[in-house]
Design a protein around this ligand. Structure first.
Ligand code: SME
Length: 150
C-alpha cells in the first residue's frame, strides 16, 4: 500500500500529464481506488451554479444520486460548509442519501480554490468508521491538486 506522500506525488504526476480536468479526475479515481482497497465507492461531484452538485467520474456501483441539491445529503452538507465531513456510521446520520446498502461510512472533502467550493471528493466504505485523519489529510491534499485544474 502506497503511503500518503507516495499517492500525493502520483496525483501531482497525473495532474502534470492530464489533458484536462475530466482526464485528471478519472485517473485520480483509479489511483485512489487501487491504493486504498477500503474505498468501496470513489467519485467526484462538481458544482453546477450555486446550489447543485453533479456527479463526475467515479468508480463503484452506479449512484442514483447524479444531482444533489446543496441542502441534501452528506455531500450537500460538506459543500455548504466548505469543510471535510467524516461520518463513521452512515445509518445513524439522517442527512445520509444511500448509494449502496453495503455502505457503512463516508468521507466528503470539498475541492476549493480561493475559498470557493468547486466540487468535492466523495468516498464510501463498506467498513464502519473506515476513515482516519490520514485519509482526511490525503484527500485534502489531492483535492488541492485537482482544484488547480478545475
Ligand atoms: N451518500 C451521499 C450521496 C452520494 S453517494 O454516496 C455516491 C450523501 O449522503 O450525500
Amino acid at each position: 500500500m502506497k503511503t500518503q506522500g507516495d499517492i500525493v506525488a502520483a496525483a501531482r504526476d497525473l495532474a502534470a500529464k492530464a489533458a484536462g480536468a475530466q482526464e485528471l479526475m478519472e485517473s485520480v479515481v483509479r489511483l485512489l481506488s487501487a491504493e486504498r482497497p477500503y474505498y468501496s465507492w470513489t467519485g467526484f461531484y462538481l458544482m453546477e451554479g450555486s446550489d447543485t452538485l453533479v456527479l463526475g467520474p467515479y468508480q463503484g456501483k452506479p449512484s442514483p444520486h447524479t444531482r444533489i441539491p446543496l441542502n441534501q445529503g452528506i455531500c450537500g452538507a460538506a459543500a455548504s460548509s466548505g469543510s471535510t465531513l467524516i461520518v463513521d456510521n452512515v445509518n445513524a446520520d439522517p442527512r445520509y442519501l444511500a448509494c449502496s446498502l453495503e455502505t457503512r461510512s463516508e468521507i466528503v472533502v470539498p475541492i476549493k480554490r480561493d475559498g470557493k467550493v468547486l466540487g468535492e471528493i466523495d468516498i464510501d466504505s463498506d467498513r464502519p468508521a473506515a476513515f482516519s485523519d490520514d485519509d482526511r489529510r490525503l484527500l485534502e491534499r489531492v483535492a488541492n491538486i485537482v482544484a488547480a485544474r478545475l
